[in-house]
Write a protein that binds this ligand. Structure first.
Ligand code: PMP
Length: 369
Protein backbone atom coordinates (compact mmCIF):
# COMPACT_ATOMS: atom_id res chain seq x y z
CA UNK A 1 0.00 0.00 0.00
CA UNK A 2 1.52 3.34 -0.97
CA UNK A 3 1.05 6.26 1.37
CA UNK A 4 1.92 9.94 0.97
CA UNK A 5 2.19 11.54 4.40
CA UNK A 6 1.23 15.21 4.81
CA UNK A 7 4.76 16.54 4.53
CA UNK A 8 5.18 20.32 4.67
CA UNK A 9 5.16 21.67 1.10
CA UNK A 10 8.66 23.10 1.35
CA UNK A 11 10.05 19.67 2.33
CA UNK A 12 8.53 17.76 -0.58
CA UNK A 13 11.13 16.12 -2.83
CA UNK A 14 14.06 17.16 -0.63
CA UNK A 15 16.85 14.63 -0.07
CA UNK A 16 18.03 14.26 3.54
CA UNK A 17 21.44 15.84 4.19
CA UNK A 18 24.41 13.49 4.41
CA UNK A 19 27.54 12.25 2.69
CA UNK A 20 27.40 8.76 1.19
CA UNK A 21 28.23 6.17 3.89
CA UNK A 22 30.26 3.71 1.82
CA UNK A 23 32.33 0.89 3.22
CA UNK A 24 35.72 1.58 1.64
CA UNK A 25 39.22 1.08 3.09
CA UNK A 26 40.21 4.78 3.24
CA UNK A 27 37.42 7.08 4.48
CA UNK A 28 38.38 10.72 4.16
CA UNK A 29 34.96 12.27 3.54
CA UNK A 30 33.42 13.52 6.80
CA UNK A 31 36.36 15.09 8.65
CA UNK A 32 36.47 12.53 11.42
CA UNK A 33 39.55 12.05 13.58
CA UNK A 34 41.16 8.85 12.24
CA UNK A 35 42.50 7.81 15.65
CA UNK A 36 40.18 5.78 17.87
CA UNK A 37 40.31 5.89 21.68
CA UNK A 38 42.86 3.88 23.66
CA UNK A 39 41.85 0.93 25.80
CA UNK A 40 42.08 3.13 28.92
CA UNK A 41 39.55 5.58 27.46
CA UNK A 42 37.27 2.79 26.28
CA UNK A 43 37.36 1.23 29.76
CA UNK A 44 36.59 4.53 31.50
CA UNK A 45 33.71 5.31 29.13
CA UNK A 46 32.31 1.79 29.57
CA UNK A 47 32.55 1.91 33.39
CA UNK A 48 30.96 5.38 33.48
CA UNK A 49 28.11 4.30 31.22
CA UNK A 50 27.60 1.20 33.40
CA UNK A 51 27.22 3.44 36.48
CA UNK A 52 24.75 5.64 34.60
CA UNK A 53 22.85 2.53 33.46
CA UNK A 54 22.15 1.59 37.08
CA UNK A 55 20.00 4.73 37.40
CA UNK A 56 18.32 4.73 33.98
CA UNK A 57 14.86 4.56 35.57
CA UNK A 58 15.42 8.24 36.49
CA UNK A 59 15.61 11.20 34.12
CA UNK A 60 19.11 12.64 33.77
CA UNK A 61 20.33 15.94 35.23
CA UNK A 62 18.40 18.35 32.99
CA UNK A 63 21.01 21.04 33.59
CA UNK A 64 24.00 18.66 33.01
CA UNK A 65 25.81 20.70 35.66
CA UNK A 66 28.90 18.53 35.98
CA UNK A 67 29.37 18.37 32.22
CA UNK A 68 28.95 22.14 31.86
CA UNK A 69 31.57 22.67 34.57
CA UNK A 70 34.10 20.41 32.83
CA UNK A 71 33.42 21.93 29.39
CA UNK A 72 33.89 25.42 30.87
CA UNK A 73 37.25 24.38 32.34
CA UNK A 74 38.36 23.00 28.98
CA UNK A 75 37.26 26.13 27.09
CA UNK A 76 39.07 28.39 29.54
CA UNK A 77 42.20 26.38 28.79
CA UNK A 78 41.75 26.73 25.00
CA UNK A 79 40.95 30.44 25.04
CA UNK A 80 44.21 31.98 26.20
CA UNK A 81 42.74 31.90 29.73
CA UNK A 82 39.69 34.02 28.95
CA UNK A 83 37.43 32.81 31.77
CA UNK A 84 34.52 30.68 30.58
CA UNK A 85 32.13 29.86 33.42
CA UNK A 86 29.59 26.98 33.57
CA UNK A 87 26.63 29.35 33.16
CA UNK A 88 28.16 30.49 29.84
CA UNK A 89 28.14 26.91 28.53
CA UNK A 90 25.36 24.97 26.83
CA UNK A 91 25.51 21.53 25.20
CA UNK A 92 23.38 19.28 23.01
CA UNK A 93 23.59 16.18 20.82
CA UNK A 94 26.23 17.49 18.42
CA UNK A 95 26.89 21.11 17.54
CA UNK A 96 24.28 20.68 14.80
CA UNK A 97 21.65 20.45 17.53
CA UNK A 98 23.20 23.38 19.40
CA UNK A 99 22.88 25.54 16.27
CA UNK A 100 19.35 24.35 15.53
CA UNK A 101 18.43 25.40 19.08
CA UNK A 102 20.02 28.80 18.43
CA UNK A 103 17.80 29.18 15.36
CA UNK A 104 14.76 28.02 17.36
CA UNK A 105 15.50 30.70 19.96
CA UNK A 106 16.72 33.57 17.78
CA UNK A 107 15.27 32.82 14.32
CA UNK A 108 11.69 32.06 13.31
CA UNK A 109 8.97 33.55 11.10
CA UNK A 110 9.65 37.17 10.15
CA UNK A 111 13.33 36.83 11.05
CA UNK A 112 16.41 36.34 8.89
CA UNK A 113 19.55 34.20 9.21
CA UNK A 114 22.66 35.00 7.18
CA UNK A 115 25.87 33.25 6.20
CA UNK A 116 28.43 33.70 3.43
CA UNK A 117 28.75 31.04 0.73
CA UNK A 118 30.47 28.69 0.15
CA UNK A 119 29.88 27.52 3.67
CA UNK A 120 28.50 24.67 5.77
CA UNK A 121 25.46 23.35 3.97
CA UNK A 122 23.45 22.56 7.11
CA UNK A 123 22.92 26.25 7.91
CA UNK A 124 20.12 26.79 5.36
CA UNK A 125 18.50 23.61 6.68
CA UNK A 126 18.34 24.99 10.25
CA UNK A 127 16.73 28.10 8.75
CA UNK A 128 14.23 26.10 6.69
CA UNK A 129 13.29 23.92 9.65
CA UNK A 130 12.62 26.94 11.87
CA UNK A 131 10.79 28.99 9.20
CA UNK A 132 13.57 31.55 9.24
CA UNK A 133 14.31 33.51 6.05
CA UNK A 134 17.70 32.48 4.69
CA UNK A 135 20.08 34.94 3.03
CA UNK A 136 23.50 33.86 1.75
CA UNK A 137 26.09 36.56 1.11
CA UNK A 138 29.15 35.80 -0.97
CA UNK A 139 32.89 35.40 -0.38
CA UNK A 140 35.88 36.60 -2.34
CA UNK A 141 37.64 34.49 -4.96
CA UNK A 142 39.99 33.14 -2.24
CA UNK A 143 36.96 32.36 0.00
CA UNK A 144 37.82 35.16 2.44
CA UNK A 145 35.20 37.62 3.64
CA UNK A 146 35.08 41.24 2.52
CA UNK A 147 34.36 42.98 5.84
CA UNK A 148 32.72 46.04 4.32
CA UNK A 149 30.41 43.96 2.09
CA UNK A 150 29.50 41.72 5.04
CA UNK A 151 28.73 44.76 7.20
CA UNK A 152 26.59 46.25 4.42
CA UNK A 153 24.60 43.04 4.03
CA UNK A 154 23.93 42.96 7.78
CA UNK A 155 22.76 46.58 7.75
CA UNK A 156 20.53 45.84 4.75
CA UNK A 157 18.79 42.59 5.79
CA UNK A 158 19.03 43.09 9.59
CA UNK A 159 19.45 39.40 10.48
CA UNK A 160 18.72 38.21 14.00
CA UNK A 161 21.46 35.61 13.55
CA UNK A 162 24.62 35.19 11.46
CA UNK A 163 26.32 31.78 11.27
CA UNK A 164 29.99 31.66 10.35
CA UNK A 165 32.30 28.70 10.62
CA UNK A 166 35.91 29.37 11.50
CA UNK A 167 37.65 27.50 9.99
CA UNK A 168 35.12 27.55 7.19
CA UNK A 169 33.71 24.31 5.82
CA UNK A 170 34.35 23.20 3.10
CA UNK A 171 37.18 25.62 2.35
CA UNK A 172 39.18 25.15 5.59
CA UNK A 173 40.45 28.68 6.21
CA UNK A 174 39.89 30.43 9.56
CA UNK A 175 38.12 33.78 9.59
CA UNK A 176 40.29 36.86 9.90
CA UNK A 177 39.93 37.68 13.65
CA UNK A 178 39.16 41.33 12.79
CA UNK A 179 36.02 40.12 11.02
CA UNK A 180 34.60 38.80 14.29
CA UNK A 181 34.77 42.25 15.87
CA UNK A 182 33.38 43.98 12.76
CA UNK A 183 30.45 41.57 12.44
CA UNK A 184 29.65 41.42 16.16
CA UNK A 185 29.50 45.23 16.23
CA UNK A 186 27.40 45.41 13.05
CA UNK A 187 25.01 42.82 14.50
CA UNK A 188 24.87 44.68 17.81
CA UNK A 189 23.33 47.59 15.88
CA UNK A 190 20.50 45.44 14.48
CA UNK A 191 19.97 43.37 17.64
CA UNK A 192 21.43 40.19 16.14
CA UNK A 193 23.73 37.44 17.41
CA UNK A 194 26.93 36.23 15.75
CA UNK A 195 27.49 32.48 15.91
CA UNK A 196 31.13 31.56 15.32
CA UNK A 197 31.12 27.85 14.55
CA UNK A 198 34.50 26.55 15.71
CA UNK A 199 33.78 22.87 15.12
CA UNK A 200 37.38 22.53 13.90
CA UNK A 201 38.83 25.28 16.12
CA UNK A 202 41.47 23.10 17.80
CA UNK A 203 43.17 22.49 14.44
CA UNK A 204 43.83 26.20 13.78
CA UNK A 205 47.34 27.16 12.74
CA UNK A 206 49.75 28.78 15.23
CA UNK A 207 48.96 32.44 15.75
CA UNK A 208 45.28 32.12 14.79
CA UNK A 209 43.22 33.05 17.89
CA UNK A 210 39.92 31.51 18.94
CA UNK A 211 36.88 33.80 19.04
CA UNK A 212 36.49 32.62 22.66
CA UNK A 213 38.95 35.38 23.52
CA UNK A 214 36.41 37.97 22.33
CA UNK A 215 33.49 36.73 24.44
CA UNK A 216 34.02 39.32 27.21
CA UNK A 217 33.85 42.12 24.63
CA UNK A 218 30.69 41.04 22.75
CA UNK A 219 27.59 39.84 24.61
CA UNK A 220 26.00 38.92 21.24
CA UNK A 221 28.86 36.54 20.31
CA UNK A 222 28.32 32.78 20.51
CA UNK A 223 31.18 30.32 19.96
CA UNK A 224 30.17 26.74 19.18
CA UNK A 225 32.44 23.72 19.53
CA UNK A 226 32.11 19.95 19.24
CA UNK A 227 33.67 16.78 20.59
CA UNK A 228 33.23 15.21 17.12
CA UNK A 229 36.51 16.34 15.57
CA UNK A 230 39.65 17.13 17.62
CA UNK A 231 38.26 15.11 20.56
CA UNK A 232 37.81 12.07 18.32
CA UNK A 233 34.24 11.68 19.55
CA UNK A 234 32.04 11.86 16.44
CA UNK A 235 30.03 8.87 17.67
CA UNK A 236 29.42 10.52 21.03
CA UNK A 237 27.20 13.29 19.63
CA UNK A 238 28.22 16.08 21.95
CA UNK A 239 28.40 19.69 20.81
CA UNK A 240 28.50 22.78 22.99
CA UNK A 241 28.75 26.54 23.03
CA UNK A 242 30.07 29.40 25.10
CA UNK A 243 28.24 32.73 25.26
CA UNK A 244 26.80 35.33 27.59
CA UNK A 245 24.59 33.60 30.25
CA UNK A 246 21.54 35.45 28.86
CA UNK A 247 22.00 33.41 25.66
CA UNK A 248 22.21 30.04 27.43
CA UNK A 249 19.14 31.05 29.44
CA UNK A 250 17.24 31.78 26.23
CA UNK A 251 18.08 28.36 24.78
CA UNK A 252 16.56 26.67 27.83
CA UNK A 253 13.17 27.85 26.61
CA UNK A 254 13.40 25.87 23.35
CA UNK A 255 15.35 22.75 24.38
CA UNK A 256 13.45 19.54 24.84
CA UNK A 257 13.34 18.35 28.44
CA UNK A 258 16.28 16.06 29.30
CA UNK A 259 17.70 16.36 25.79
CA UNK A 260 21.12 15.08 26.92
CA UNK A 261 20.75 11.47 28.01
CA UNK A 262 22.43 10.15 31.15
CA UNK A 263 24.47 7.86 28.89
CA UNK A 264 25.70 10.79 26.78
CA UNK A 265 26.56 12.85 29.86
CA UNK A 266 28.48 9.96 31.45
CA UNK A 267 30.39 9.15 28.26
CA UNK A 268 31.24 12.81 27.59
CA UNK A 269 32.48 13.33 31.16
CA UNK A 270 34.63 10.21 30.88
CA UNK A 271 36.06 11.43 27.55
CA UNK A 272 36.83 14.83 29.10
CA UNK A 273 38.85 13.11 31.82
CA UNK A 274 41.13 11.97 28.98
CA UNK A 275 41.31 15.32 27.18
CA UNK A 276 45.09 15.24 26.85
CA UNK A 277 45.10 11.82 25.27
CA UNK A 278 42.14 12.47 22.95
CA UNK A 279 43.59 15.77 21.77
CA UNK A 280 47.04 14.20 21.61
CA UNK A 281 46.78 13.54 17.89
CA UNK A 282 45.85 17.10 16.97
CA UNK A 283 49.49 18.14 16.53
CA UNK A 284 50.18 15.16 14.32
CA UNK A 285 47.07 15.84 12.22
CA UNK A 286 48.06 19.49 11.82
CA UNK A 287 51.51 18.43 10.59
CA UNK A 288 49.98 15.88 8.22
CA UNK A 289 47.58 18.58 6.99
CA UNK A 290 50.37 21.07 6.31
CA UNK A 291 52.33 18.37 4.45
CA UNK A 292 49.25 17.58 2.36
CA UNK A 293 48.75 21.25 1.44
CA UNK A 294 52.41 21.47 0.39
CA UNK A 295 52.21 18.25 -1.63
CA UNK A 296 49.01 19.25 -3.45
CA UNK A 297 50.48 22.67 -4.29
CA UNK A 298 53.62 20.93 -5.50
CA UNK A 299 51.43 18.93 -7.87
CA UNK A 300 50.16 22.19 -9.32
CA UNK A 301 46.72 22.21 -7.69
CA UNK A 302 44.97 25.23 -6.22
CA UNK A 303 44.67 24.69 -2.45
CA UNK A 304 42.91 26.87 0.12
CA UNK A 305 44.91 27.59 3.29
CA UNK A 306 43.73 25.15 5.94
CA UNK A 307 43.20 25.67 9.67
CA UNK A 308 41.12 22.49 9.82
CA UNK A 309 41.56 18.73 9.56
CA UNK A 310 40.65 18.78 5.87
CA UNK A 311 41.98 20.37 2.73
CA UNK A 312 40.05 21.94 -0.14
CA UNK A 313 41.71 21.60 -3.52
CA UNK A 314 41.02 21.83 -7.25
CA UNK A 315 40.14 22.80 -9.75
CA UNK A 316 38.99 20.01 -12.00
CA UNK A 317 36.92 20.28 -15.17
CA UNK A 318 35.15 17.10 -14.08
CA UNK A 319 35.51 16.79 -10.32
CA UNK A 320 33.08 13.92 -10.19
CA UNK A 321 35.40 11.87 -12.41
CA UNK A 322 38.30 12.58 -10.01
CA UNK A 323 36.14 11.68 -6.99
CA UNK A 324 35.06 8.45 -8.74
CA UNK A 325 38.66 7.65 -9.76
CA UNK A 326 39.67 7.87 -6.09
CA UNK A 327 36.71 5.77 -4.98
CA UNK A 328 37.60 3.11 -7.55
CA UNK A 329 40.95 2.90 -5.73
CA UNK A 330 39.36 2.57 -2.29
CA UNK A 331 39.65 6.23 -1.23
CA UNK A 332 36.46 8.12 -0.36
CA UNK A 333 36.64 11.93 -0.31
CA UNK A 334 33.91 14.62 -0.58
CA UNK A 335 32.48 16.30 -3.61
CA UNK A 336 31.25 19.55 -2.12
CA UNK A 337 31.46 23.34 -2.42
CA UNK A 338 32.02 25.34 -5.60
CA UNK A 339 32.20 23.41 -8.83
CA UNK A 340 35.64 22.02 -9.64
CA UNK A 341 36.78 21.69 -6.02
CA UNK A 342 37.10 18.63 -3.79
CA UNK A 343 37.59 18.22 -0.04
CA UNK A 344 39.74 15.58 1.60
CA UNK A 345 39.93 14.88 5.35
CA UNK A 346 43.32 14.42 6.97
CA UNK A 347 43.84 10.80 8.01
CA UNK A 348 46.74 8.70 9.25
CA UNK A 349 50.08 8.83 7.37
CA UNK A 350 49.14 5.51 5.71
CA UNK A 351 45.76 6.87 4.61
CA UNK A 352 47.38 10.01 3.22
CA UNK A 353 49.91 7.92 1.30
CA UNK A 354 47.01 5.93 -0.17
CA UNK A 355 45.26 9.18 -1.09
CA UNK A 356 48.35 10.64 -2.79
CA UNK A 357 48.92 7.45 -4.79
CA UNK A 358 45.25 7.17 -5.77
CA UNK A 359 45.04 10.83 -6.83
CA UNK A 360 48.19 10.58 -8.92
CA UNK A 361 46.84 7.51 -10.70
CA UNK A 362 43.30 8.85 -11.07
CA UNK A 363 44.54 12.07 -12.65
CA UNK A 364 46.30 10.16 -15.42
CA UNK A 365 42.81 9.08 -16.52
CA UNK A 366 40.75 12.25 -16.29
CA UNK A 367 41.02 15.58 -18.01
CA UNK A 368 41.99 18.38 -15.60
CA UNK A 369 41.78 22.11 -16.00
N1 PMP B 1 29.91 22.78 11.97
C1 PMP B 1 30.66 22.44 10.93
C2 PMP B 1 31.36 23.51 10.16
C3 PMP B 1 30.78 21.09 10.56
O1 PMP B 1 31.52 20.76 9.50
C4 PMP B 1 30.09 20.11 11.32
C5 PMP B 1 30.16 18.64 11.00
N2 PMP B 1 30.51 18.24 9.79
C6 PMP B 1 29.31 20.53 12.38
C7 PMP B 1 29.25 21.87 12.69
C8 PMP B 1 28.48 19.60 13.19
O2 PMP B 1 29.16 18.63 13.87
P1 PMP B 1 28.56 17.83 15.09
O3 PMP B 1 27.06 17.91 15.02
O4 PMP B 1 29.10 16.47 14.92
O5 PMP B 1 29.07 18.53 16.32
Amino acid sequence: MTYTPPLRDELKGIEPYGAPQLDVPVQLNVNENPYGPSEAVVDDVAASVARAAAALNRYPDREFTELRTELAAYLTRDSGDTPVTPEMVWAANGSNEVMLQLLQAFGGPGRTAVSFAPTYSMYPEYARDTNTTWVAGTREQDFSLDHALARDLIAEVRPSIVLLPSPNNPTGTALDPKAVAVLAEALGEVDGVLVLDEAYGEFRRDGVPSALELLPAYPNLVVTRTMSKAFAGAGLRLGYLAAHPAITDAIRVVRLPYHLSAVTQAAALAALRHTDELLGKVEELRRERDALVTWLRGQGHAVADSDANYVFFGTFADRHAVWQGLLDRGVLIRETGPDGWLRVSVGTPEEMAAFRAALTQALTEVVTS
